[in-house]
Structure formats: C-alpha cells, structure tokens
Ligand binder design. Structure first.
Ligand code: GUN
Length: 293
C-alpha cells in the first residue's frame, strides 16, 4: 500500500504558483487577488477563511477577508458581491458557506461574476463542467483529480465509484472523471448511502468516498488493489485528544488500507488540496480576466 500525500502535493502546487507569481511581479504590476466574504461567527468557517487567506498571501497573491455581520440583509450582501464583481483588484470572489438562513445561498452564488467564481459553484460553471467546456472547477473535486494525475494513477477505462452525490464533491468529481479527455475517460458510477452499495463499491478500481459518514467504507466493501480517495472530514469524540475530538474520514483507514494499492489519509490527503486548487483557480481567473498567460 502506498499513501497519497496530499500535503506534499499541495505544497508542490503552491510553490509552482509562487514561482509564476514572482515572475509576474517582475514583468507587470498586476497580481492576482482573492476576496473571501464571511457572514456571521461560525468558528469552523472562520478557521477555513483564515487558512485560505494565509495561503494566498504566502504565494504572493493579494487577499482580503470581508467580515460581515450575521444580520446583514440579503440585499446588502448581494450589493457587496456586485461591488467586487466590478473591482479590478480582485479576480476571485469566495463567499464562505453556510450562510445565515435568511439569505439564499443560490441567489448569492448566482450573483458572483462567472469569471470570478473561484469556488466553481455558479450554475454556468457547473454546466460548462458537465458539457466539457473550459470552466472554473470546484476546488475539492479538482483536488481529487489532480492527486490522481500527479500520482500517475490511470483513470482511462477504469471503474470509478463515487459514494456521495453532493453538488460540492460527488456530482462534480463524477462529471470531471467521465469527460472524454486525458486524465479522465473513466467509467463512473455514483452511489449514495440510502441503499446497500457493497455490490457497487466492490467493483471499484478507484473509490471516491464523499458522503460524510465516519468510517462508512470498510474492508469488506472494496476489492484488493483498489485506489481509495477519502474526501470525508468528520469530527468524532475522543476524550484522549486535546480538543476532545479528532478528525476521521469516510473510510475505515486501518482495515481498508490493508487492501488498497493507494489511499489518502485523513487528515493530510484531500484536505490540503482544496485550498491549493482555490489558489490555482484564482490564478486562472486572473490570467483570463487580465489576458495574461
Ligand atoms: N464551506 C465549506 N466548504 C466550502 C467551500 O469549498 N467553499 C465555500 N464557499 N464554502 C465552504
């Protein structure tokens, strides 16, 4: 069994980006900028937003966190998003989810300019992904595909089984891998936890677990030699841990790793790739908007 080291790959991607941005700075006075909008006081969201901003700064991009009060009206938030759509210093706009219940997430996402939608959540980007056109790709699924590429894991003609059908991971990763192009071209099955899925998961050459259930995928559910990508991030109580909890994936790592040819750990697998791909998207958005290659 070989472990897929997402932390190391993410560091490699950040260093490639930093090199590109350093070059950019020597030839032009423009740099990519990301604004992250956070509404309210969700502690987990704050941690994520700070990590995203720090990563931006470290590769030499401009970063701003726009902190808004939980009682901001939908109208006001939409008008702030629009102001960033028209602000040339920011090439990426990310509104951290979840939003307070009086605000429509759909409306907010649809208000972000398509070319600045670095989360890849806008219906136009989602649609372009589905029909195989160039688009800003959602960060976590793009991170999964990038890990497979960098580890030279063949996907063409392989059976990829995706467990989970969220708009953020399951559906987009399945769409990305089924495309007729290099680094994809897989035979893809999407399942979810509302049924007994062992008959499907056992057929997987590559299993992508993204349903948000701690340790759901066990050794009996996979075949020998399977490649396992665990997207799960679940908190489980652990009185022995400093914080009183620890983070586990959707895969029962200890038993499944014994049968897998490759497996991502949690933490340190897919997680670090999400932010790396956000930086990649911000850079791509910058290149497209500024017409710089
Ligand atoms: N909340 C949890 N994950 C994400 C993400 O990838 N993007 C945004 N905008 N919010 C999130």
């Amino acid at each position: 069994m070989a472990m897929i080291d997402g932390k190391a790959v993410a560091a490699e991607i950040r260093s490639e980006l930093k090199e590109n941005i350093d070059k950019l700075k020597s030839i032009s006075n423009k740099i990519p900028g990301l604004v992250t909008i956070i509404v309210g006081e969700n502690p987990a969201s704050k941690v994520y937003v700070n990590m995203k901003s720090k990563a931006c700064t470290e590769v030499g991009m401009k970063s701003k966190i726009e902190e808004l009060s939980a009682d901001i009206s939908e109208e006001e938030l939409l008008s702030i998003v629009k102001s960033y759509n028209n602000n040339p210093e920011y090439h990426g706009i990310l509104v951290q989810l979840p939003l307070p219940s009086h605000i429509s997430e759909d409306k907010v996402i649809e208000t972000i300019a398509v070319e600045k939608d670095v989360d890849g959540f806008h219906p136009i980007n989602t649609g372009n992904l589905m029909i195989g056109k160039d688009s800003l790709l959602p960060c976590t699924p793009n991170g999964v595909v990038e890990l497979l590429k960098r580890y030279k894991i063949e996907t063409s003609g392989k059976h990829v089984v995706v467990v989970g059908r969220s708009n953020i991971v399951g559906k987009p990763v399945a769409n990305m891998l089924v495309q007729k192009k290099e680094g994809a071209n897989a035979i893809v099955t999407i399942c979810h936890s509302a049924s007994d899925i062992t008959q499907y998961t056992k057929q997987a050459d590559i299993l992508i677990a993204a349903m948000g259930r701690p340790g759901f995928i066990t050794a009996e559910m996979v075949k020998e030699g399977v490649v396992v990508i665990d997207v799960g991030v679940n908190r489980v109580d652990d009185s022995g841990a400093k914080k009183g909890y620890r983070i586990v994936g959707d895969v029962d790592y200890d038993t499944v790793s014994a049968k897998a040819s490759y497996i991502t750990p949690v933490p340190g697998g897919v997680g670090p790739m999400t932010i790396a791909m956000l930086l990649v998207n911000t850079y791509k958005a910058f290149q497209k908007i500024e017409n710089i290659n």
